[in-house]
Design a protein around this ligand. Structure first.
Ligand code: HEM
Length: 502
């Protein structure tokens, strides 16, 4: 089949996969999938560690075990780190400079160096006081209107990211940057990248030469509007930091840290660096919102479904922290059960189940199978985190699985979901150290202050949360019903006090 699309003769058989139709390939297999990761899991069970299929000649490869994902995406990272070249998303909407879409090369390496410098594990402690600022407003919002928990999470993730990336403190939902950011993330997720970001112009690139007024060229007119909006979102918060620095009032943030480091250099910022920094900062924002909402929604869902886990975690917090203050990072080593709940939430939720696709830049042979250049390669994180040998009774939410010490370091690494949930290789999530602090803090703060459980219907009968997934990239549950109550009067008093951290 590969020979239908290229005149080259494959050097070995392609990896196994579902039988394709002539020319169209596996279009039918994919379009019917609501939760594509379930389909990928079925193929993994049937065909083994690597699955291959194609859609109109475009190869799609799923890597279904940790070994294969590490061997290819990590060890052969030099050829497995490019991104799909998308005409609509990249060229026409101007997102080609966003980190998650940047082709592999000098630009992507420069962007990742910036993120590593500012968001590497050793830098995160500088942001920890900022992370505490957004906790109380979130908890208050959740108590006021529990059904809107995802709106509160969106506001929380937005506020936190503006703070950490640009040092901008959001004080109300009318905040201009927050509104701009919300609008742009919405355009990106629900307009530009809806349907996986593939548009007819990606299949037939000649369409981009249609005149804007031409019938059917509406996508070009929309792209021009969206591109302009995204540029404002890239420039305005960045200009805010430059201005704050001129006034001497800038807070520590991703942008200010990078600029401070560059001040030491003789020439200051050249145009390249300036361009890289403003786009990299913007990418951090876009990448953090849906991932954070998804991760924390799964934690809340787990608490609704498992009241005994919540009780046990609360008892641990009461013993270590008491009820007169919120947990802080220094408490973390004394909270092993809460840490296990956090780890299990990452595993059970699988926020980005098929990771983001990497594009293979050279033909490759692995374990006797031929993987063609240009294939889009997906790490099947979902199947790895539901693997019964790694995680017995894998569908159950069970923090206890981490409480028995692992016999050795290798087992410890293999059973830690962090080895997988953030992807693999040179495009691995650069926000993972931030999440490790921010999501942990929010989870333990919820555990410390709130009773989270099932909502009751008009007859006082508990409503089982209905769990539905609509998004093909993020495993974000549709908002479900729940009940949230303060654990005590003391909690209410604590939450009404303003934060004094900054
Ligand atoms: C629990 C929350 C999160 C999860 C599960 C997650 C997961 C992922 C995954 C699976 C990828 C694809 C990696 C790959 O291609 O191999 C990714 C990429 C990325 N993530 Fe995250 N992420 C989270 C939060 C964040 C946050 C908070 C930020 C920013 C502050 C962020 C920034 C990024 C960026 C910029 C990329 C693109 C990297 C590249 O292509 O080089 N993520 N993330």
């Amino acid at each position: 089949l590969y020979c239908q699309c290229t005149r080259q003769k494959p050097a070995a058989p392609l990896p196994p996969g579902p039988k394709p139709l002539p020319i169209l390939g596996n279009v039918a297999n994919l379009t019917s999938a609501k939760e594509p990761w379930l389909l990928a899991e079925r193929w993994a069970k049937r065909y083994g560690p690597i699955t291959y299929l194609h859609v109109v000649g475009q190869g799609l490869v799923f890597l279904n075990t940790p070994e294969v994902a590490l061997d290819l995406l990590d060890k052969r990272g030099a050829i497995y780190s490019d991104k799909p070249h998308l005409v609509m998303v990249g060229e026409l909407c101007g997102c080609e400079n966003m980190v998650a879409f940047t082709p592999y090369g000098d630009q992507s390496r420069r962007q990742r160096r910036l993120m590593q410098a500012a968001f590497g594990s050793s830098s995160i402690k500088h942001y920890q006081p900022l992370l505490q600022l957004e906790t109380k407003p979130f908890l208050r919002g959740l108590l006021e209107d529990p059904f809107k928990f995802q709106d509160h999470l969106r506001r929380y993730a937005g506020g936190l990211t503006l703070l950490v990336v640009y040092g901008h403190h959001v004080k109300s939902t009318d905040d201009a940057f927050l509104k701009l950011a919300d609008e742009c993330v919405n355009i990106l997720a629900n307009r530009i990248a809806a349907g996986g970001g593939i548009w007819p112009v990606d299949v037939f690139p000649a369409l981009k030469h249609l005149p804007d007024w031409f019938p059917g060229a509406g996508f070009k007119r929309n792209a021009a509007i969206w591109k302009k909006k995204m540029q404002v979102f890239v420039d305005e918060p960045y200009a805010f930091v430059l201005n704050e620095r001129r006034k001497g009032t800038a807070k520590a943030s991703f942008v200010s840290t990078v600029l401070d480091d560059m001040d030491g250099e003789e020439k200051g910022l050249d145009t390249h660096q300036d361009f890289d920094l403003r786009w990299t900062a913007n990418s951090m924002y876009a990448a953090s919102i849906d991932t954070t909402i998804t991760t924390l929604s799964h934690f809340i869902l787990a608490m609704v479904k498992h009241p005994l886990v919540l009780k046990r975690a609360q008892a641990e917090i009461d013993a270590v922290v008491g009820q007169n203050r919120l947990p802080v990072f220094e408490d973390r080593p004394s909270l092993p059960y809460c840490n296990a709940v956090f780890t299990e939430s990452l595993r059970w939720g699988v926020p980005v189940p098929l990771s983001l696709p990497h594009r293979l830049t050279e033909d490759d042979i692995y374990d006797g199978a031929f993987i063609p250049k240009g294939s889009l390669v997906f790490a099947n994180i979902w199947s790895i985190l539901r693997d019964e040998t790694l995680f017995p009774n894998a569908h159950a939410f069970n923090p206890d699985r981490y409480l028995v010490p692992a016999p050795d370091e290798e087992t410890e690494r293999r059973r830690d979901p962090r080895s997988y949930v953030f992807g693999f290789g040179r495009r691995r999530c650069p926000g993972m150290h931030l999440v490790e602090s921010s999501a942990w803090l929010l989870m333990v703060s919820m555990i410390a202050t709130l009773d989270i459980g099932k909502a009751l219907d008009e007859y006082g009968i508990e409503i089982e949360p209905e769990v539905v997934f609509d998004n093909a990239i993020f495993r974000m549950p549709r908002p479900f019903k729940l009940a949230v109550r303060p654990r005590s009067e003391a909690v209410l008093r604590l939450l009404s006090e303003e934060s004094l951290y900054v």
